[in-house]
Design a protein around this ligand. Structure first.
Ligand code: AMP
Length: 282
């Protein structure tokens, strides 16, 4: 298992150890790895000559200082988890200074309005941070294929847009959501939940499954009202937003139009910990 802590060291390694014919699979993460992350890594291992996993908690995508400070970090245990699936994975775990070179700020990005919906609205600056770090990592790693989870569906669409706009020769591969036994979407932030909170948080996915049923007969605005009520009656939980939106534009609709593919998106605070989830509706 090779671990690189500076971009120069990784670039040097890639110069010597890959050629124009070999494929590089890339899985960017913020660490505190779980089965969801590992499923992306396995997909990359199966489809590429080389797999690189980055572990980097990117400060510029956090709009909340406490969330950044409390974000779980444990490189040793992450390395051990990756080791259990393959010792051929290359890990890139740089410092903030190495990546940002003393200027830890986001660059401006325009993703055709995708950045103004949901997470963009509720976490100002978030997607400029995401665009900045992913573009930088793509420049360093130069992957053939890059793997992103559908759990962060808006992020996945934004990365596809980034690749299209910047004309990068990279295939962005979306991967399905991995869940705990109780349905809760796996997330590094789940590590901060108490056992009780984990049980309570199961209601997020249960609600999304009911939304899927209701979508057969009700309009999005009616479903939205129902979801608001569900969370008003849940002590310890606070709905940040619920939206039904078309998959490619992420624009939310009050009423259904027949053709497009729709998805429900939800963000919920459980105490101070913010969790997101999404489900396909048709
Ligand atoms: P993060 O470390 O949270 O930035 O996530 C790194 C990558 O793993 C992102 O592309 C996420 O969408 C993906 N991911 C996170 N949680 C899951 C999950 N439960 N199932 C599948 N992919 C996930």
């Amino acid at each position: 298992m090779l671990i690189f802590e500076t971009q120069l060291a990784l670039i040097e390694h890639l110069k010597v150890n890959s050629d124009s014919k070999s494929t590089i699979g890339f899985v960017p993460t913020m660490g505190a790895l779980h089965q969801g992350h590992l499923s992306l890594v396995e997909k990359s291992l199966n489809n590429n000559d080389k797999t690189i996993v980055s572990i980097f908690v990117n400060p510029t995508q956090f709009n909340n200082r406490e969330d950044l400070d409390k974000y779980p970090r444990n490189l040793e245990s992450d390395v051990a988890k990756l080791q259990t699936i393959s010792d051929k994975i290359v890990i890139f775990a740089p410092t903030v200074d190495d990546i940002y070179e003393g200027n830890t700020v986001s660059k401006p990005f325009y993703f055709d309005g995708l950045e103004n919906q949901m997470e963009g609205k509720f976490r100002p600056g978030h997607f400029e941070g995401v665009g900045t770090i992913v573009k930088r990592l793509f420049e360093i790693v130069k992957p053939t294929n890059a793997y992103f989870g559908e759990k962060d569906f808006q992020q996945l669409q934004i990365i596809k847009k980034l690749v299209e706009k910047e004309n990068l020769p990279i295939t962005v591969v979306g991967c399905p959501i991995f869940r705990e036994e109780n349905g809760l979407a796996m997330s590094s932030r789940n590590e901060r939940l108490s056992p009780n909170e984990r049980n309570t948080a199961a209601i997020i996915y249960k609600t999304l499954l009911k939304v899927q049923q209701k979508f057969l007969t009700l309009q999005p605005s009616e479903i939205g009202e129902w979801v608001t009520q569900v969370f008003e009656n849940q002590p310890g939980l606070k709905l940040d937003y619920f939206e039904i939106a078309e998959e490619t534009t992420l624009v939310n609709n009050e009423s259904k139009i027949s053709n497009p593919k729709y998805r429900a998106f939800i963000a919920v605070f459980i105490n101070n910990i913010r969790l997101i989830d999404t489900i396909s509706l048709n």
